[in-house]
Design a protein around this ligand. Structure first.
Ligand code: SF4
Ligand code: MG
Length: 319
């Protein structure tokens, strides 16, 4: 994914595609049609809450969510039904999210009963076989149970379940972090293939910046529910600006380095219930100055396409 995927070309000029998701909260962002938008941060920073809020599983405590121009956060259960088809979720642990007593066929048939009641049994089975094929699980295995599959295959089945209803937008909450490193790349490839084939829009939620940086159009780095940095994926990896982004990346071994540099963080993770004054990151930031303990940094545009919320970057003492 590249930054320019947010644009389509009209008369030789880039025109921004329409925002498919617009979240207005402590965190404000738009997700554009066809992009892979990743939200990165440590656990407990509110990423999963954000994911569930965006897909309507949770009612936001404050703020608004717009989907394709419509406000969706204040809809009733039945008003949400059409959006539930357009938006699907893939969870971290496929074992926990698949019903152990359901065969693959039953798992994949359920969303069809709900969203396409008019289909005949034969049409349902055809569609199941087609989607199983697409995610790389042999259709002949449709009568097997989750425990008969490996973790990677189970995640393929979870992805198949999300694809059954032909969604536009998929929110994936830590979709590969429960998997072996060797399997992670295969599953990410599957996501990318499905995106290409179906024009899907993704929001990935993860604690692992290195996993998503290369496949993301844009990455939002969050700390304690606050946005630290929002930049194109490649740029955040090569030119991290916010001290927290730098710390996340310093934990990753670079090409040619044997060991990761020590992560540049100090102190404990602060409880989201007792937010520090000023910059929420100041207790752990090695660059912190007095202003950081007093004033909340507001995001400003850095470089061409990056937004950063940091006094030090803004005033030039964080390089
Ligand atoms: Fe660190 Fe200050 Fe920037 Fe916060 S505002 S990240 S404390 S330098
Ligand atoms: Mg989580």
């Amino acid at each position: 994914g590249g930054f320019w995927e947010q644009f389509r070309w009209e008369n030789g000029r880039p025109v921004r595609k329409k925002a498919i998701v617009k979240a207005v909260n402590g965190v404000t962002f738009d997700i554009y049609q066809g992009e892979t938008f990743s939200v990165v941060g440590e656990s407990g920073c509110g990423k999963s809450t954000l994911a569930r809020t965006v897909t309507g599983l949770l009612q936001p405590e404050c703020g608004k969510i717009f989907y394709d121009g419509d406000r969706i956060d204040d809809l009733s259960y039945s008003q949400k039904t059409p959006y539930k088809k357009r938006m699907q979720m893939v969870f971290q642990d496929p074992y926990a999210s698949l019903n152990p007593r359901f065969t693959v066929r039953k798992t994949l048939e359920e969303p069809l009963f709900f969203h396409y009641p008019e289909l005949t049994r034969e049409q349902r089975l055809d569609r199941i076989a087609e989607v199983m094929e697409q995610v790389g699980v042999h259709p002949a295995w449709a009568e097997r149970f989750p425990h008969e599959f490996s973790g990677g295959q189970r995640q393929r089945i979870s992805i198949a379940r999300a694809l059954m209803v032909d969604p536009e937008f998929i929110v994936a909450d830590e979709p590969v972090s429960a998997l072996d490193v060797s399997v992670q790349a295969q599953i990410l490839n599957l996501f990318m293939e499905a995106q290409e084939k179906r024009g899907l829009t993704y929001m990935f939620i993860t604690h692992d910046l290195s996993v998503v940086a290369h496949i993301s159009t844009r990455v939002a780095v969050m700390y304690l529910g606050s946005l630290c940095e929002l930049s194109p994926g490649g740029e955040i990896f090569n030119n991290p600006r916010h001290p927290y982004t730098k710390a996340l990346l310093s934990a990753i071994p670079r090409l040619g380095e044997k060991k990761a540099k020590h992560i540049r963080l100090k102190g404990e993770v602060t409880s989201p219930l007792h937010l520090p004054s000023g910059c929420v990151f100041h207790k752990r930031c090695t660059y912190a100055k007095e202003i950081c303990t007093q004033e909340i940094p507001t995001p400003f545009t850095a470089g061409d396409n990056a937004a950063v919320a940091c006094h030090g970057v803004e005033q030039g003492w964080v390089g």
